[in-house]
Design a binder for this molecule. Structure first.
Ligand SMILES: C[S@@+](CC[C@H](N)C(=O)[O-])C[C@H]1O[C@@H](n2cnc3c(N)ncnc32)[C@H](O)[C@@H]1O
Length: 291
């Protein structure tokens, strides 16, 4: 680290100092609820599946979520509950600050779904904060939902439930006032069907917010973008390949904001806009409504 110029070395005093800007990124993160030091571990995780992904480039297909779970995290890792008091609420706070009307309605009681919720920590945070509203989380893999269920049970949250469901089959037929997705559209097999289902499941005047990877759909526009190497690495070694594993579209995390907006309009949303927050270099916020 010293010869790589990450650490400043004073040979006289025999001291080693981390540059302040690096220390901040490592300790505080870049606005994704996880410090950079934690995110660096992702590189090691992804290295574990590299050979499998290379094989898919040769033979077709992809590496499924189940295989990732087994190879990268060990088969039981996803069922462990988490401590809701130690998760970083920033993403949820950002969503609420961008949608003050929705935040007000959550106080009085509305129906909310989180699609591709995984362990559902955002949903559990919202359910705890807004006891008058009703929440449901959907995910393709039942085992991914187990931590969320266990956390909700242990906190006595009776206004949240978790259901195994393929997002491509979500059809609430106007049942929800507010639907969220957190990094959960681009890596699906059929993000187009998921977006259509979400649009159909909203009541008139309902709001969808899709927190997704920021970036352009055109490679040339991303050459100088912060964290572009990190985002494309994740995109190829996880998001794209997991979608292809289920015969999907394989868009990858770097599907880009232009394509995301186009697909949202085609899915039936009547207004679509994308918002960036300066503290978050990973994600953007797609906000879409149905008339
Ligand atoms: C990157 S994870 C995000 C999980 C969670 N939203 C979060 O922020 O921690 C993407 C999630 O989407 C789920 N997923 C993928 N394809 C899906 C589908 N067709 N239907 C429902 N969930 C799906 C995966 O199982 C995974 O839990």
């Amino acid at each position: 680290m010293t010869t790589g110029d990450l650490v400043v070395h004073d040979p006289g005093r025999m001291t080693f100092q981390l540059r302040p800007a690096y220390a901040m990124a490592l300790a505080r993160g870049l606005g994704v609820g996880e410090p950079m030091s934690g995110m660096c571990q992702h590189v090691g995780w992804l290295a574990k599946v590299e050979d499998l992904v290379v094989e898919c480039f040769r033979k077709g297909g992809g590496v499924s979520f189940e295989t990732f779970g087994q190879v990268v995290w060990g088969s039981d890792a996803t069922t462990e509950p988490y401590d809701l008091d130690t998760v970083d609420p920033m993403t949820v706070d950002d969503v609420l600050s961008l949608l003050p009307d929705v935040a007000r309605r959550l106080e009085s009681g509305i129906d909310v779904a989180d699609v591709g919720c995984g362990g559902g920590w955002q949903l559990n945070l919202l359910a705890r904060r807004f006891p008058a509203s009703r929440f449901v989380g959907y995910d393709l893999l039942d085992r991914s939902l187990e931590p969320g269920r266990r956390v909700a049970r242990s906190l006595g949250l009776t206004n949240v439930r978790f259901e195994q469901k393929d997002a491509a089959t979500v059809d609430g037929s106007g049942k929800f006032d507010f639907i969220t997705t957190f990094d959960a559209i681009h890596d699906q097999a059929r993000p187009d069907l998921a977006l259509r289902g979400i649009a159909k499941s909203l009541r008139a005047g309902g709001t969808y917010i899709g927190v997704d990877v920021s970036g352009s759909s055109t490679l040339a526009n991303n050459l100088r973008a912060p964290l572009a190497v990190f985002k494309y690495t994740w995109s190829v070694l996880y998001c794209m390949t997991s979608s292809l594993a289920y015969n999907g579209m394989g868009l990858g995390g770097m599907w880009g904001e232009e394509l995301a907006q186009k697909m949202m309009r085609e899915a039936g949303f009547t207004s679509v806009k994308t918002v960036h927050l300066p503290a978050n270099l990973i994600n953007c916020y797609h906000i879409a409504t149905v008339a």
